[in-house]
Design a protein around this ligand. Structure first.
Ligand SMILES: Nc1ncnc2c1ncn2[C@@H]1O[C@H](COP(=O)(O)OP(=O)(O)OP(=O)(O)O)[C@@H](O)[C@H]1O
Length: 473
């Protein structure tokens, strides 16, 4: 037994001990070499680990750098890529694989060497805890003379571009407030429930006057890029739009086109399902930035809530004066709350959130009201500053018709010159919603001529009806 011990076990143990010592020394030697190299090198390096000290969440900086390097203009320099499905949206996402190098020339003409690297944690204790997996990090190397530029200008730019790329690739979502099941929560009322936002609407397909369309798009772009401006003037980074017009003129479609254009989430607030101001406050506070909060048919929603409170006249009366509306409305709100605080959403409650509360919980939010009856709305609710831009969605006129003809039939004016001319003349006098015009353009997709003739006939009928009504009055 003693022979076996000295012949086999002792040499094996000695060998293993030798290996461990060598490994430890190798690490020390490597560290020492790194120090020597860094001392003499004219290059600096910055390491960005995937996980920060708390190791629970991926570092935001790492994620931003990953997105920055995965941009089309940079990723092509990598020879090995990896692809994965994003967790929520299940979209294919490519990024550079481990142990790859990308050389980037910054806007200022500075060369930077980016490396995607991995290493095992520097621990001499053998352990199998999950924290000891291979760790990933990015490393950027640049000339010492550029250190100030890299820290003060380049890296903040990387973060900005990375974040923009993440926002661009993000599948945006539609949230609706639906009642919670009593068994699953102690909090009563509705809660936001998300689904992927997949509405195909776009400004390109929206039928309306091209100049108005461009003005709206410019306004949205200014808003999206406007953080600096809003900070400068000390305003909350939010904007309100009132979309008004008859049924079927594209108000909901416009909201979807806006959300797709901005790549924002949509919070579709069903106001009639909200019990009281407290719940309304909670729902607003739970919304996130880069979002559109929309209340459709605001006139009907508010009517309903005010009716429910039984105080419509009082609330409206007190809120009708523009000059002192907020004070009065808040008083009315307090009074209503005193009367029966648990069962009502009030106009002033809504105004409070638009004006103040929710803007304090992060910017980049748009609020949209839609209505068929702008005149019915309390002026306090839609005054500029709350609803910054009022957009009229009107009946289908000729410019809008041309967009619908291209969308639905893929035809242009010059192909059906005469029919288009006749339709143009009618649309100047006849009020038909884009929804109704569109219906005529899809009746027979294969026979374009028949579609246009059908639309013409419908327009003549509406024209005649309008004449009869006019004569009767
Ligand atoms: N301006 C438009 N451009 C393109 N399509 C439109 C337009 N207006 C209406 N449509 C078409 O008609 C349908 C109904 O439009 P939408 O629901 O957006 O109208 P709305 O003004 O919100 O109506 P309502 O007031 O009844 O809610 C849409 O699915 C869309 O296909």
């Amino acid at each position: 037994m003693a022979e076996l011990w000295s012949a086999i076990v002792v040499p094996v143990l000695a060998f293993l001990l030798g290996l461990v010592t060598l490994a430890m020394n190798q690490a020390r030697i490597k560290l020492f070499m790194n120090k020597i190299t860094a001392y003499f090198s004219s290059y600096d390096r910055i390491t960005i680990p995937e996980y920060g000290a708390e190791r629970l969440r991926r570092s935001e900086l790492f994620v931003a750098v990953e997105a920055y390097l995965s941009d089309d203009t940079r990723i092509h320099a990598a020879r090995k890529l990896k692809a994965e499905l994003g967790s929520e949206e299940k979209k294919l996402q490519a990024s550079i694989d481990d142990d790859q190098e990308i050389i980037v020339t910054s806007d200022a003409g500075v060369t930077l060497w980016w490396y995607a690297e991995t290493e095992f944690p520097k621990s001499n204790v053998m352990s199998f805890s999950p924290g000891d997996e291979k760790r990933r990090f990015y490393r950027v190397i640049f000339h010492k003379s550029n250190r100030k530029y890299v820290l003060d200008t380049y890296l903040p730019e990387v973060i900005k571009k990375g974040r923009a790329a993440i926002a661009e690739n993000r599948q945006h979502r539609l949230f609706t407030n639906i009642p919670r099941s009593r068994s699953s929560s102690y909090v009563e009322g509705t809660c936001w429930t998300p689904v992927a936002f997949q509405h195909p609407a776009s400004f390109e397909k929206l039928a309306m006057d091209p100049r108005e369309k461009k003005a709206i798009m410019d306004d949205l772009n200014d808003f999206k890029e406007g953080k600096g401006y809003y900070d400068q003037v000390g305003k909350a980074w939010k904007r309100g739009y009132l979309l008004f017009g008859p049924p079927g003129t594209g108000k909901s479609t416009m909201v979807a086109a806006m959300a797709n254009h901005l790549k924002y989430d949509v919070y579709d607030l069903e106001l009639t399902a909200v019990k009281n101001n407290t719940e309304l406050r909670r729902l607003f506070v739970e919304t996130k930035g880069k979002s559109i909060i929309v209340i459709e048919d605001i006139d009907r929603s508010l009517d309903l809530t005010v009716k429910r409170s039984g105080k419509k006249k009082k609330a409206n009366k007190e809120s009708s004066s523009e000059s002192d509306s907020m004070t009065l409305l808040r008083k009315a709100d307090d009074k209503l709350k005193d009367d029966d605080s648990s069962t009502k959403v009030t106009l002033s409650g809504l105004l409070n959130f638009i004006d103040g509360l929710w803007s304090a919980c992060g910017g980049e939010r748009i609020i949209i009201f839609t209505t068929n009856n702008k005149d019915k709305l309390d002026p306090a609710l839609i005054r500029r500053g709350r609803m910054d831009k009022h957009i009229e969605m009107s009946y289908c006129r000729y410019e809008a018709f041309k967009v619908l003809a291209t969308n639905y039939l893929k035809i242009e004016e010059h192909q059906f010159f005469e029919l288009f001319g006749e339709i143009q003349q009618l649309l100047e006098k006849v009020d038909m919603s884009p929804a109704d015009v569109a219906e005529h353009l899809i009746t027979n997709k294969k026979d374009t001529d028949a579609c246009l003739q059908g639309l013409l006939a419908a327009l003549y009928i509406v024209k005649e009806k309008a004449k009869t009504v006019e004569a009767a009055q």
